[in-house]
Design a protein around this ligand. Sequence first.
Ligand code: NAD
Length: 500
Amino acid sequence: MSILGNFINGQAVASQSGRTAPVYNPATGEQSLQVALSSADETREAVRVADKAFATWSKVSPLKRSRILFKFKALVEEHTDELARIISSEHGKVFSDAKGEVTRGLEVVEFACGIPHLQKGEHSMNVGTGVDSYSMMQSLGVCAGISPFNFPAMVPMWMFPIALACGNTFVMKPSEKDPSTPMRLAELLKEAGLPDGVFNVVNGDKEAVDVLLTDERVQAVSFVGSTPIAEYIYATASAHGKRVQALGGAKNHMVIMPDADLDQAVGALMGAAYGSAGERCMAISVAVPVGEETANRLREKLEAELANLRVGPGLVDGPDNDMGPLITREHREKVAGYIQTGVDEGAELVVDGRKTAVDGAGDGFFIGGTLFDHVTPGMRIHSEEIFGPVLAITRAASFDEAVSMVNAHEYGNGTAIFTRDGDAARQYCEQIQVGMVGVNVPIPVPMAFHSFGGWKRSLFGPLHMHGPDGVRFYTRMKTITQRWPNGIREETNHFTMPTL
Ligand code: NAD
């Protein structure tokens, strides 16, 4: 079985570490590949190469850097179907969803093509007599990205297009569960004209990651993954003097007010809870209907819709399924375990995905859409991230109770409110302690020119991903205050604070 190695200094390089991990096709359960788990030395070599490339790449004019990204954009468009097939065969998500992921990543490339406009800095004339002041947004050096399994194209593309456009070089450490897509993106970057060494991919696990967190040549670390690891990444890399953005896990609530268009809300919930088998950090995993009548009607409609949910392989001839398998057998067992936990905790299991029969599933890691009712805060299936197709209905008696429930949760990634009442929506947006809020929009993922990030234990670090925050993260501001000889002729003493 072939072993996927690294991409360093513009070429594929076999790893000599002797350690590997299996990569599966989740729809069949068969192992498709082995991925190298690189050694610390191999990771340091990638950092060395990126550090060397920085000396020239940071001096390339911003326009030339953008032109390479324009070519990369065209190549990603040309290869969208190919990339989506790779994603689907290693992650399991359905083909149309995989294509959507590529498109959302591509939008960040499009944003990055315009970065010369955002990297201009500021200028003020005559801040004092004959004194001008201006700022530069300079590149940092080597930046590192560590990504999760659930968006093998989009999450790396939240990071490297902006880092590269700002004049940095990059070392990417993809998820070892579906590593092929970032490797293909590295080849496309080279084809677009990116100089060797500017973008490198190191496959691996903690051993490789720990080098990226501690090597003094790495200036910034972008991480997306689960909260315990995000916290570790933030603490370790910060302690080693790096700037860090570490995005963590989530438990996203959708509040459904009594006046909401219930058919619209149910349609939105089905996609938001079960799309990509619930393996999205912005998936809705808790529905919070306000009032008993809303809750009863919602449950009835969801139960009916779940009977029609098409679960099956991500790559099929003919129309797509609605959702595919989970990423690994272990994860499937973990999600099945959570369903049992919910039953043991006293929640009412309305639809049990463990019983869903999937045509032609073979040994694939499938579990069907699951619905619980009467889930209460304090139950583990409410407090913990399941990361599977399990939706909990947690009933609230009032708007205020719904808001308090969401605000009390440890995570604060995304949330939504469905209502026809502008005042309720406005109050919700103002009061809610969550980073991304949808009003009648179930998955409010900001576009590339806005920034993506949660609050509370869903994000460690002050700056969100992509958009204006992304540019701030990957640049360092320097402010120059200058005075030319005319002013110096009238030299006075400088022992007091200048007040102009
Ligand atoms: P994970 O935390 O297991 O892995 C993420 C990355 O960290 C991988 O590259 C992995 O190799 C590395 N890693 C794992 N353990 C490590 C360790 N001990 N030391 C150093 N590195 C380590 O996450 P996952 O299972 O791949 O992804 C799912 C999680 O990601 C979910 O919690 C989901 O909510 C979260 N996620 C969050 C966002 C967001 O924007 N907030 C987006 C996507 C996914």
